[in-house]
Write a protein that binds this ligand. Sequence first.
Ligand SMILES: NC(=O)c1ccc[n+]([C@@H]2O[C@H](COP(=O)([O-])OP(=O)(O)OC[C@H]3O[C@@H](n4cnc5c(N)ncnc54)[C@H](OP(=O)(O)O)[C@@H]3O)[C@@H](O)[C@H]2O)c1
Length: 255
Amino acid sequence: MTISDYRTALVTGASSGIGEATVRALCAQGLETVALARRRDRLEGLADDTGCRILDLDLCDTAALYQALEGLEIDVLVNNAGVGPGTGQLLLAEPEDIDVTNATNVGGVLHATKALLPGMVARQRGHVLVVSSIAGIHPTGAVAYGGSKAAAHLICQNLRLELQGSGVRVTEICPGRVMSGFFEANLPNEEAIREASTGFTLMQPEDIAEAVVYAIAAPWRVNVACIELQATEQATGGVQIAPVAEVEEGVRWRD
Ligand SMILES: NC(=O)c1ccc[n+]([C@@H]2O[C@H](COP(=O)([O-])OP(=O)(O)OC[C@H]3O[C@@H](n4cnc5c(N)ncnc54)[C@H](OP(=O)(O)O)[C@@H]3O)[C@@H](O)[C@H]2O)c1
């Protein structure tokens, strides 16, 4: 199985950023591609440019999702849609932001995959990709978002076990910071958006789309299990030591 054996693809979160770039890349590879997101106007522009088909729906509407995907013969599923509203800190998080993060980043991946997997297994031809994040494999301070992406990481690892011998491959793509619509969609104010998107050279959505193409173009004997991409000027890791917070004026806890 190589890219030439795949005929069809579906990309979630296709109305901007990484998903949009991935639809463009897959269409350029000759795959009949379905672009899924909520903003129909943006999907229509993408369809005009690429000839992709569009599905405008909310991934979190589980019943509508299964209904829309039923009967679709999809060889390559790119689970890319994702959100991370707020600052990342649990103390400051709104309860509904936690819910939408889990529903989109975990529920969306599981349900879209479950809806399309039986056909892949029956045809012994398929590739499930998940765009997770370095926040799922390294601590970045994004508590709910990182947790949801860590779930995506283990979903990929366990799915690879479940699908062993089925002919269906599973690839996780873990990007570092990418210039996309993500900051406008998720960060609370202009200052936070500016801070996230400036100060160093971010990756572009096309860089991640190229990794998707690399994974699906690998020879059949190769399952590209996980690709981690960091901006050259970004790194994760190290140890931080912070003094214990002052709990009363002039008094340090455990002094
Ligand atoms: N940008 C980064 O620095 C970065 C880093 C690591 C990982 N990632 C991950 O990369 C993926 C793509 O993000 P991006 O950077 O390209 O951000 P983006 O430009 O904000 O794209 C997110 C996409 O997800 C779609 N989406 C969100 N909620 C949805 C829902 N309920 N139903 C259907 N579609 C939904 C959005 O479309 P609609 O609003 O039209 O529905 C949009 O097309 C995400 O999973 C993100 O977590 C991003």
